[in-house]
Design a protein around this ligand. Structure first.
Ligand code: GLV
Ligand code: MN
Ligand code: MN
Length: 423
């Protein structure tokens, strides 16, 4: 378990500690919501599982003495006033929604650690000059509507009204899903905060990769977050008889899609840094003996360098066009989202490094390949992120796991850093 350097076995001798067991128990309790028999969870945004998780966390916020409200895009916000209520607030946040059959740490750790920090401050009788808020951002994953970071976009003022028309696989729009939760989607712009109202944003998250584990280190300090480009690619050919149509007379949309998917992999690999994923594909009409007429698939491209990301996109799309032209097919590309890379604040990186030093923790500074709400919050204020080690680097999978010790260590680093920022 976490202890402080030179602490004579009394970890409290170097400052106040968070309650490790409470944090872990809350994580395990929350991990039951939306749970599958294999241990994974599905809590898609604006579903009953999502709403239930939010209500459970709202109760924890109240226990921690926070004033709780839900904003116009469905973010749950718990606020603790500062000695100067007009001072800009320090925000801590993450999300409770999940991917399809995901893990129990992704998002939940950051939310629960934020509440644990404030619960511990209350118990230790600590007051701060700045107000502190814990934010549960709605629909970070963007799995349901293929559009991520909804809540943090709303708070950062980057959400557009057309985004609310995006539909899920059942044809339900984001606006309809919000209304179904008793919200008024038309009022979304009122969720935007003023930048002079927010001092800084901090997020604790599982790494979701193998870098920390390979380095045998528990804690990472994030230097910046990779860009996120999400595309919906549609290839249109002609349906025909699978037996009666010779190979040279076909307009097969799926064979072209397969070649384009190969290009995504080849070009992303060639950059050495970018990643490219096709995670969803639908072929129509979808009969074993019918040549596919239309194929829709998603492309997810990321890189920490905007320049590399841009070049990758150009290379993939020009080859996709050539493939379709050569086969007499039509190519359509819709941009679902484009989020630039988000640099973390050097001042906050220093504060996090100082916090690690105080706790006797050796940290690793590293970029984040995964997306986070901090990518939107950067439009509002300086951001900082703490990573903890992920077992076997697995995430977006039921086997996602981090140890209680690493979770506690990450939350304690968060505690120290919040104190330094909020004073
Ligand atoms: C969310 O975790 C993402 O990076 O897509
Ligand atoms: Mn996450
Ligand atoms: Mn995730």
């Amino acid at each position: 378990m976490l202890s402080c350097r030179g602490s004579d076995n009394d970890p409290r001798s170097c400052g106040e500690m968070i309650n490790n067991d409470r944090l872990w128990n809350n994580l395990m309790t929350l991990g039951e919501i939306g749970k599958h028999p294999d241990g994974g969870i599905t809590r898609l945004a604006f579903t009953k599982e999502d709403r239930y998780a939010i209500s459970v966390v709202g109760a924890l916020m109240k226990e921690a003495g926070l004033a709780v409200r839900e904003d116009e895009v469905g973010n749950l916000i718990g606020r603790r006033e500062g000695e100067n209520p007009n001072a800009p607030a320090v925000l801590i946040g993450s999300h409770l929604d999940s991917v399809f059959n995901g893990g129990i740490f992704d998002g939940s750790l950051g939310v629960l650690a934020g509440i644990e920090v404030l619960q511990s401050m209350k118990e230790h009788g600590i007051s701060t000059k700045h107000p502190i808020e814990v934010c549960v951002f709605r629909d970070e994953e963007g799995c349901r509507f293929n559009f991520s970071l909804l809540g943090s976009r709303g708070m950062a003022g980057t959400l557009q009204s057309e985004n609310l028309g995006y539909k899920d696989n059942d044809g339900i729009s984001l606006a309809e899903a919000m209304s179904g939760c008793g919200m008024n989607p038309e009022g979304f712009s009122r969720a935007a905060r003023r930048s002079d109202d927010v001092l800084a944003y901090l997020e604790l998250h599982v790494e979701q990769g193998k870098v920390l584990e390979c380095a045998n280190l528990p804690i990472g300090i994030v230097t910046g977050i990779a860009s996120s480009l999400r595309l919906m690619v549609t290839v249109i050919g002609k349906a025909d008889h699978a037996g009666a149509t010779p190979m040279n007379l076909r307009f097969d949309a799926l064979t072209a899609a397969a070649l384009i998917i190969g290009v995504v992999e080849k070009e992303a690999r060639a950059t050495q840094s970018a990643v490219g994923t096709v995670g969803q594909i639908h072929a129509y009409p979808g009969g074993i003996n019918i040549i596919p007429e239309k194929v829709e698939f998603t492309v997810d491209l990321r890189d920490v360098s905007a320049e590399v990301g841009q070049q990758l996109e150009i290379k993939i799309l020009s080859q996709a066009k050539d493939i379709c032209d050569q086969r007499g097919l039509t190519l359509q590309v819709d941009i679902l989202q484009r989020v630039p890379p988000a640099p973390c604040s050097p001042e906050i990186i220093n504060i996090l490094a100082d916090s690690c030093r105080e706790l006797g923790i050796t940290e690793l500074q590293m970029p984040s390949g995964a997306g986070h709400d901090a990518m939107q919050m950067v439009n509002l204020c300086p951001i900082g992120m703490i990573f903890i080690r992920s077992q076997n680097g697995i995430s977006h999978h039921p086997a996602e796991w981090s140890t209680p010790e690493d979770c506690a260590m990450g939350a304690q680093v968060l505690y120290q850093a919040v104190l330094k920022l909020a004073k």
